[in-house]
Design a protein around this ligand. Sequence first.
Ligand SMILES: NC(=O)C1=CN([C@@H]2O[C@H](COP(=O)(O)OP(=O)(O)OC[C@H]3O[C@@H](n4cnc5c(N)ncnc54)[C@H](OP(=O)(O)O)[C@@H]3O)[C@@H](O)[C@H]2O)C=CC1
Ligand SMILES: O=C(O)[C@H](O)COP(=O)(O)O
Length: 407
Amino acid sequence: MAGTSVFAELVDEDATVFKFYSDGEWKRSSSGKFVSIINPTTRKTQYKVQACTQEEVNKIIESAKTAQKSWAKTPLWKRAELLHKAAAILKEHRAPIAECLVKEIAKPAKDAVTEVVRSGDLVSYCAEEGVRILGEGKFLVSDSFPGNERTRYCLTSKIPLGVVLAIPPFNYPVNLAVSKIAPALIAGNSLVLKPPTQGAVAALHMVHCFHLAGFPKGLIGCVTGKGSEIGDFLTMHPGVNCISFTGGDTGIAISKKAGMVPLQMELGGKDACIILEDADLDLAAANIVKGGFSYSGQRCTAVKVVLIMESVADTLVEKVKAKIEKLTVGPPEDDCDITPVVTESSANFIEGLVMDAKQKGATFCQEYKREGNLIWPLLLDNVQPDMRIAWEEPFGPGFTCYQNKLY
Ligand SMILES: NC(=O)C1=CN([C@@H]2O[C@H](COP(=O)(O)OP(=O)(O)OC[C@H]3O[C@@H](n4cnc5c(N)ncnc54)[C@H](OP(=O)(O)O)[C@@H]3O)[C@@H](O)[C@H]2O)C=CC1
Ligand SMILES: O=C(O)[C@H](O)COP(=O)(O)O
């Protein structure tokens, strides 16, 4: 269970509020304020995390700055060894972390376990690749450019940036956090994590696995609080040397405010699947449904638009409809295919796109159905360019649009 056994020190005495991680210790915020994490299925408060203050953010960044100096001098093999250890601990404790993913973001139970295991594998992969890539350098000579003799030599090697700020989104709070943490650490940087509010408790458990692995004090910090409240303070902080962000339009705002630090931005999208006349339609239908509806469409890689050649469109739509009928809809604990979307505001946003499409004449292949945050899978045919859903990212169960006339 979350916050028990090796994770007991993450929670306060009454086991409801999770602490933040600073200078190698789990702490309560002096703010005395908390952020509630609402279970998308029950729509009740599941956990609470600390609403950290600006002073606490300053302290975490200061510790990260100090710790990074000696970490940069730590041999590569030693950095890799610690990462492999963290990966093993993460995988060993997959059950309680997966439970958090089920409760915080309604990820289907099996997929939640997969996310944690995959995260462990990614940490090990980064450790291995890091040893190879960072161990390499380049030797350049000067006579490659006209007019120059071979009288000068240049050696290049990769050096760390310093303090990396990592901000992942809710849909993979563990996997998209370690995909920032592991590369940053193996390269000799320190790391400050601001997890998404929905998914913060899973992320805190993951951070504890790095703590248990024995990383130096202060090298990793984890600050909790609403992005809208502490986000600007973090992203504009002079102690931050690099920002790695994954999420939606928030990334555009961060890019404008962040100033002269390297930015890594993985933002939203509108992924298209193109079906040609000679396609294997059974295979295409299976992949469209998998791509469009896994984790209820809340993946940046989800299939969101399908462009089909007119001659095969009707046959393919029928095949996709038949597969949609077989999807199970319900709570993540039952490992249903379609589970509640992450927040009520996400569900409202999705509903807004659907109603706009309805008003403008899209064909509904199923009846639209919603209960709380749970939205039944829906396929819209004959979507036209003036409909919002043709362009905006629903981040919800399917809404794969068939634009028969676009080919
Ligand atoms: N390209 C890619 O690889 C991927 C892209 N995505 C995209 O992510 C989006 C869904 O994720 P979602 O979590 O809703 O995205 P958001 O952009 O809403 O949030 C992402 C992160 O930013 C934080 N945040 C919010 N406001 C600020 C701020 N002012 N400054 C700094 N940080 C802030 C959030 O914290 P808090 O939760 O506290 O608000 C969260 O941790 C979709 O658009 C999807 O396409 C998702 C996965 C992969
Ligand atoms: O960014 C995302 O949404 C995830 O990285 C998607 O990963 P997947 O396509 O492997 O599920």
